[in-house]
Design a protein around this ligand. Structure first.
Ligand code: SF4
Ligand code: FES
Length: 248
């Protein structure tokens, strides 16, 4: 396939940035999207140009590092996949592909297609954990019975990889799907109930401080989430928040 790529280039956070056109030929439909960008970067390096900066790590849909906005969709036109799992067979010979970074006030651009998502880390640090005594007195996980339906829902919530596609997709740049998943993951388990009140209050406070917008129930986040995290998690977080506020 021969393609035209329109890629967002931005030297640093203060640079204005612009879309730059690149031609790429002989792209195999079996290549992943990131492999196609690797080929482009090799081409650019050989021509003495600066390669395009983009985030990636595992390249198998687990780490949440890849983060491209492709033809106006977070993680591109396929469903239930991350950018690293997107294949070039989703495009046609002669296509023009727009490639931009995830855009949100709380995700400032570092360079080209790389954005700073450390706001997510700070939300996690505010409460996305349980405190366990690991000094030789750790209780075997199986010693605490967990209802199967709750365990399944907690597991589903825990599949959130923190990629930020929900934020990039939302017209309000809301992080409610991400935070909802992280709160739900613990709220459903007995181990998570001990710190439940502080967790939800602290995580929501941090989310607001980071400058994410609010949820207006559009549902775009759920559609674009590569892990199929359900809006149900936002509703659960809201219930947890109300409960915690009344207690507090
Ligand atoms: S909820 Fe989905 S889209 Fe949002 S960070 Fe988690 S995996 Fe990514
Ligand atoms: S590179 Fe790890 S999820 Fe895409």
């Amino acid at each position: 396939m021969n393609l035209t790529l329109k890629i967002w280039r931005q030297k640093n956070a203060s640079d204005k940035g612009k879309l730059v056109d690149y031609k790429i030929s002989d792209v195999s439909p079996d290549m992943s999207f990131l492999e196609m960008l690797d080929v482009l970067n090799e081409q650019l390096i050989n021509e003495g140009d600066e390669p395009v900066a983009f985030d990636h790590d595992c390249r198998e849909g687990i780490c949440g590092m890849c983060s491209l906005y492709i033809n106006g969709e977070a993680h591109g036109p396929d469903r239930g996949v991350t950018t690293c799992q997107l294949h070039m067979r989703m495009f046609k010979d002669g296509d023009t592909i727009f490639i931009e970074p995830f855009r949100a006030k709380a995700f400032p651009v570092v360079k080209d297609l790389v954005v700073d998502r450390s706001s997510f880390d700070r939300i996690q640090h505010a409460g996305g954990f349980i405190s366990v005594n690991t000094s030789g007195n750790t209780i075997d996980a199986n010693a605490i019975p967990v209802n199967k339906a709750d365990a399944d829902k907690a597991f589903e919530a825990a599949t959130c990889i923190g990629c930020g596609a929900c934020v990039a997709t939302c017209k309000n740049s809301s992080a409610m799907l991400f935070v909802g998943a992280k709160v739900s993951q613990f709220a459903l388990l007995p181990q998570g109930k001990v710190e439940a009140t502080d967790r939800v209050l602290n995580m929501v406070r941090q989310m607001d401080e980071e400058g994410f917008g609010n949820c207006t129930n559009t549902g775009a986040c759920e559609v674009e989430c590569p892990k199929g995290i359900s809006l149900e998690n936002i509703a659960r977080m809201n219930r947890e928040y109300l409960k915690a506020s009344l207690k507090g």
